[in-house]
Design a protein around this ligand. Structure first.
Ligand code: MG
Length: 159
C-alpha cells in the first residue's frame, strides 16, 4: 500500500445568462461561468486532482466537450464518476484541499455547502474536504472579474 498525491487546476470565464455553480452550489450572482458542462470550476479542479493521483488522464479526455452527453452536465456527477475510475485503478481518494480564487462574489457563506457536496460526490467524510476562497487583490484575470480559478490537491491511497 502506498500514497499518491494529485493536483488539479481549472479556470472558467464569466458569461451572461449562465448559472454560477461552484462545488455544486448555485451561487447567486449577476454572471455565471461559460462551459460545456455546468462549468463548475471547483468540481473540475478536484476531478483532475483525483485523476492525477490515479494517473488516469484528465477530465477533458474522460468527458470531451465535443460530446453532447456532457452538455450542461452536473459536474458533481462527473466527479463521482472520476472517483469510480480512480477506484478501478486501485486508487482511493482520502483527503482533498481546494483553493478558489474569485474577486466576486463572496464565497465564504457557501463554503460548508461546497465541502459537503464535494464530500458526498467523492464518498468522503466532510472533514476530509478543505476549501478556501480568496480574491487576487484585483490583480490578473480573476481580479478583473473575468473568471474564476480553482486549484485542488488530493491525497490518495494505492492498493
Ligand atoms: Mg473545467
Amino acid at each position: 500500500m502506498g500514497l499518491r498525491i494529485g493536483h488539479g487546476f481549472d479556470v472558467h470565464a464569466f458569461a451572461e445568462g449562465r448559472r454560477l455553480v461552484l462545488g455544486g452550489v448555485d451561487v447567486p450572482y449577476e454572471l455565471g461561468l461559460a462551459g460545456h458542462s455546468d462549468a463548475d470550476v471547483v468540481a473540475h479542479a478536484v476531478a483532475d486532482a483525483v485523476l492525477g493521483a490515479a494517473r488516469a488522464g484528465d477530465i477533458g479526455e474522460l468527458f470531451p466537450d465535443t460530446d453532447p452527453a456532457y452538455e450542461g452536465a452536473d459536474s458533481l456527477v462527473l466527479l463521482a464518476r472520476v472517483c469510480e475510475v480512480a477506484r478501478e485503478h486501485g486508487v482511493e481518494p482520502l483527503d482533498v484541499d481546494v483553493t478558489v480564487a474569485a474577486q466576486a462574489p463572496k464565497l465564504a457563506p457557501h463554503r460548508d455547502q461546497m465541502r459537503s457536496n464535494l464530500a458526498g460526490a467523492m464518498g468522503l467524510p466532510v472533514g476530509s474536504v478543505g476549501l478556501k476562497a480568496t480574491t487576487t487583490e484585483h490583480l490578473g484575470f480573476v481580479g478583473r472579474k473575468e473568471g474564476i480559478a480553482a486549484w485542488a490537491v488530493v491525497l490518495a491511497q494505492v492498493e
